[in-house]
Design a protein around this ligand. Structure first.
Ligand code: PEP
Ligand code: MG
Length: 838
């Protein structure tokens, strides 16, 4: 066949100038298939610039369009070719060029019925997609269907069905070019991350007939399982199927003989063998797992298209690792090919994407994974269910620190209120449990013990499934896929660590968290929130006694009861982390969080403290604040009630001595929360130094420690220069810093965040993805000012953003030494850190 280059249509040959930016991914992919000698029918690429001028009314010269049709093989297809496959595009139009004359010729070659089916299919598609006639009118079937459709077209359009292939093609091109500019197509592609004015190329390709004598049909083949990524030949072959035209003797076959049913492999082992060969060539040369679309015409294969196999997260990891191990791609490329977020799906159970789902409500996907359990409305009911070995889902309006044990006892958590950094969200992520917060579509009636959701009323004990990955609450139980921390997962992350120049630590409060952190290969603990240690059954009463103490001496006595427990907590962390750095943050929350607020709780407390109820109520009221998050918490509490930090410092130092004696030397890192002024650091530092001197003296052992500051207030970021002169490390607590920079309550923002993001006020939830423009500027300013005063200072982020891939890239660019995130996000962070480095 003679090759001709037409100005607006480039024939896709091995050496033609076809590129993805101008002609789209499909044209480029077809060229790659041509280059590896696969039997691709003659194809032309129309560049995006031409497509947009067609949309604006330009007509391609007739001689160019004529050049597309060759004698004896008069039919072509037109397919969209956007820059990326998932940007979509107008529907493919097949069999362009058929008219009465071609129809008559076809009838001789492939039989009257087959020719009729093809013509009818094109008339129907042209009438509805190009002439925009009512599809219902063009759904005819049966012996006279073709004649009826042609007549109906003529009646409706007041003109005969176009017989000139060139006019047909010009109209198809115009209609597809215009469809791309329509509002629906725009919205769909923007949802996939495409710019609104994304270009569209088109591909015009000779049709390989899939109807006729001998083995004819069309199909797809791929060589891996899309869900697991394991090698497996799957697909379908539809014999005597030509686009929408179905001929006599149509039959659908599996591809390989292992399936239960007739297969192409049995029907034609040679053709099946050819397809396998083509598949191997495509995989090696296109360096990707491809799904190949093919046509068989009387025993001859044409490869008409190929796309990257759609795959689950676990399949994407497995494929990337397999390709790198076989030397088809480099390990660096394997690292870059996996979305860091995808790893989260491998760490937890997931709802099987193939399973049916009845969605009752939607909320913020605060902690990924999926679990099914019976509804409970209180922490105590959750603990009772766990004691009966019954899986339960804790459903609360919002959670409070006292709910922690209930959260431990449940398989998943659902709250009506709250945002990405609300209590439930942070704790559930730390525990690796699925959690949905801010599900404002549910309404909880805790007295009646019911939830209204999705027009249904659910009772305590009813089963629901929490899909924390999607944020959907599902009715009943759902089929789940297990976690996949397999060899491919570990291999990919080991490669990532080898490339990465940014350390990943974990936020870990308990021994269990620390073990999990090590399991995910965190290189230390970047944040231990010590207050979580005080909710334990034994400690809460001592804590409350401390809060109610009348004199510093009483306070000291209450704290003395807590000291050995804290020492044991820290000792355990040091021993588990075996010499890796452990950053302990001093007590942070406001004290009222440790007090009961309902009458029953107050009554119990009065009894246990042996105080009159009125006294207890008065004290609790006195501690309540209008804005507790901006009140007496963090270092402000540390300075006002210094005995708490003294006790914690002593526990840390004593544990340091004990653990260093039995294992690797420990250099604890002590971090001060919520600092806003340099003088706060000096005051705390003086007291901690005094405690260190006392412990050295008591124990007659020397040790060192590192003092650091959490940068969580805008002022601390602005004054990072003078603060840095007093400490060895700074860690940006971007949860509070975001809250304070926006003046946006992290516990209440969930109420309007959806509306705000929906209306484009914020591009993203800033508690989820770091606000680079505002909070990010404070970070950059802080880093620069701190380093200018103290060149060797270690700087990190330990807010929730430390586990977010986009934010990690920002932290890397800002020159942070490490990020710290909850243990279950460590793998994501390791991969994101490597990608940021590469
Ligand atoms: C922060 O504010 O970013 C932080 C890590 O501390 P917390 O979430 O405990 O307030
Ligand atoms: Mg904080």
């Amino acid at each position: 066949m003679e090759k001709r280059d037409l100005p607006d249509l480039t024939e896709i040959t091995a050496d033609a100038a076809v590129d993805r930016a101008r002609h789209g991914w499909r044209a480029k992919c077809l060229q790659r298939l041509v280059r590896i000698d696969l039997p691709v029918p003659r194809s032309f690429a129309i560049p995006a610039a031409t497509v947009s001028s067609i949309a604006a009314g330009h007509r391609l010269p007739v001689d160019q369009l004529h050049g597309v049709f060759v004698e004896g093989n008069g039919l072509v297809s037109v397919r969209p070719s956007a820059v990326k496959p998932d940007w979509g595009g107008p529907r493919t139009v097949l069999n362009v060029g058929i008219n009465d004359q071609v129809h008559a010729q076809l009838a001789k070659r492939i039989g009257q019925d087959n020719a009729d089916a093809i013509y009818l299919n094109f008339v129907q598609s042209y009438a509805t997609n190009i002439a925009r006639l009512d599809p219902e009118m063009f759904s005819q079937d049966g012996p006279d269907a073709l004649a009826e459709a042609l007549k109906l077209y003529q009646d409706e359009m007041e003109a005969p069905f176009p017989q000139d292939p060139v006019i047909q093609l010009a109209e198809v091109l115009r209609s597809m070019a215009r469809a791309w500019d329509g509002p629906t197509a725009r919205l769909l592609r923007q949802a996939k991350g495409a710019p609104a004015d994304a270009p569209l190329g088109l591909v015009v390709q000779d049709m390989a007939p899939a109807l006729g004598p001998g083995l004819c049909g069309s199909g797809t083949i791929q060589f891996i399982d899309s869900v697991t990524g394991t090698p497996r030949v799957t697909g379908r072959f539809r014999g005597q199927h030509h686009g929408g035209a179905i001929g006599a003797g149509a039959q659908t076959l599996y591809l390989n003989r292992d399936e239960r049913g007739p297969s192409l492999e049995e029907a034609s082992p040679e053709l099946f063998g050819d397809l396998l060969r083509f598949g191997i060539a495509a995989r090696e040369r296109l360096r990707e797992e491809m799904q190949i679309e093919f046509v068989i015409t009387d025993g001859r294969i044409s490869i008409i298209d190929a796309t990257r196999v759609q795959r689950s997260s676990r399949a994407s990891v497995r494929v990337a690792v397999a390709l790198a191990r076989e030397g088809i791609i480099s390990t660096a490329e394997a690292i870059m090919r996996v979305e860091p977020r995808a790893l989260t799906d491998l760490l937890h159970h997931q709802v099987d994407p193939r399973a049916p789902r009845e969605v009752l409500a939607r909320g913020i996907n605060a902690s990924p994974g999926a679990a099914t359990g019976r509804i409970v409305f209180s922490a105590s009911a959750a603990q009772a269910a766990a004691a009966r070995d019954e899986a339960c889902v804790l459903v609360r309006r919002e959670t409070v620190p006292e709910d922690i044990r209930g959260m431990h006892a449940s398989v998943a958590v659902l709250t009506e209120r709250g945002g990405t950094t609300s209590h439930a969200a942070v704790i559930a992520r730390g525990m690796g449990k699925p959690c949905i917060v801010g599900a404002s579509g549910i309404s909880i009636d805790s007295r009646a013990r019911t939830i209204r959701a999705g027009g249904r009323v659910l009772n305590e004990g009813d089963e629901i499934t929490i899909d924390g990955t999607s944020g959907e609450v599902l009715a009943g139980s759902a089929a789940l896929l297990g976690p996949a921390l397999d060899d491919s997962f570990n291999q990919l992350l080991d490669w990532a660590d080898a490339e990465s120049d940014m350390v990943v630590r974990a936020n870990a409060d308990t021994a269990e968290d620390a073990r999990m952190a090590l399991n995910f290969k965190a290189q230390g603990i970047g944040l231990c929130r010590t207050e979580h240690m005080f909710f334990d059954g034994e400690r809460l009463p001592a804590m409350r006694e401390m809060i109610f103490a009348d004199t510093p001496e009483d306070r000291r006595l209450a704290l003395e009861r807590i000291l050995p427990m804290q020492r044991q907590d820290f000792g355990e962390l040091f021993e588990i982390m075996a010499g890796l750095p452990v950053t302990i943050r001093l007590f942070d929350p406001p004290l009222h969080e440790f007090l009961p607020h309902d009458r029953e709780g107050l009554h119990e407390l009065a009894q246990s403290l042996d105080l009159p109820l009125s006294d207890v109520t008065r004290r609790v009221d006195a501690l309540s604040e209008f804005n507790p998050m901006l009140g007496m918490r963090g270092v402000r509490l540390g300075i006002t009630v210094p005995e708490i930090y003294d006790m914690q410092a002593r526990a840390i130092f004593e544990a340091t001595i004990d653990s260093s004696r039995s294992g690797d030397p420990v250099v604890p890192e002590i971090m001060i929360p919520l600092v806003s002024a340099m003088r706060e650091v000096e005051l705390v530092q003086n007291r901690i130094d005094a405690v260190a001197a006392a412990v050295r003296n008591d124990r007659r052992v020397d040790f060192t420690y590192r003092l650091g500051v959490m940068v969580e207030t805008p002022r601390a970021a602005l004054r990072a220069g003078d603060i840095a002169a007093h400490c060895t490390f700074l860690s940006f607590g971007t949860n509070d810093l975001t809250q304070m920079t926006y003046g946006l309550s992290r516990d209440d923002a969930g109420r309007f965040m959806g509306t705000y993001v929906g209306q484009g006020v914020y591009a993203e939830d800033p508690f989820h993805i770091l606000d680079e423009d505002g909070v990010g500027e404070l970070l950059l300013t802080g880093v620069q000012r701190a380093r200018s005063q103290n060149r060797k200072i270690t700087i990190s982020v330990c807010g929730e953003h430390g586990g977010n891939p986009e934010s990690i890239a920002f932290c890397h660019a800002a020159g942070m030494n490490y990020v710290s995130c909850s243990p279950f996000r460590v793998p994501v962070a390791r991969l994101a850190a490597a990608q940021a480095t590469l």
